[in-house]
Design a protein around this ligand. Structure first.
Ligand SMILES: [Zn+2]
Length: 75
């Protein structure tokens, strides 16, 4: 383990939302429209695109599945 900048203490467990790595969340974008992704856990853990397409990508076992074919199309 290397020394890192302390994480904000607003997340239980000291990890990012949905148990995802905050550093990972900071760099991944929507593969469809390259918009920002927002973690949500309303029913199922997903990453919601905040860009143009609004697709919802599933998170399986803590791994974001950033595949357009796997994404849920917004209603
Ligand atoms: Zn998108």
């Amino acid at each position: 383990m290397t020394e890192q900048t302390p994480q904000p203490a607003d997340r239980a467990g000291g990890s990012g939302p949905l148990g995802l790595d905050p550093d990972l969340l900071a760099i991944i974008v929507c593969p469809q429209c390259h918009g920002e992704l927002e973690a949500t856990d309303e029913g199922a853990p997903e990453l919601i695109c905040r860009g143009e397409c609004g697709l919802a990508y599933p998170v399986r076992d803590g791994i974001p599945v950033l595949l357009v074919d796997e994404a849920r199309t917004p209603a």
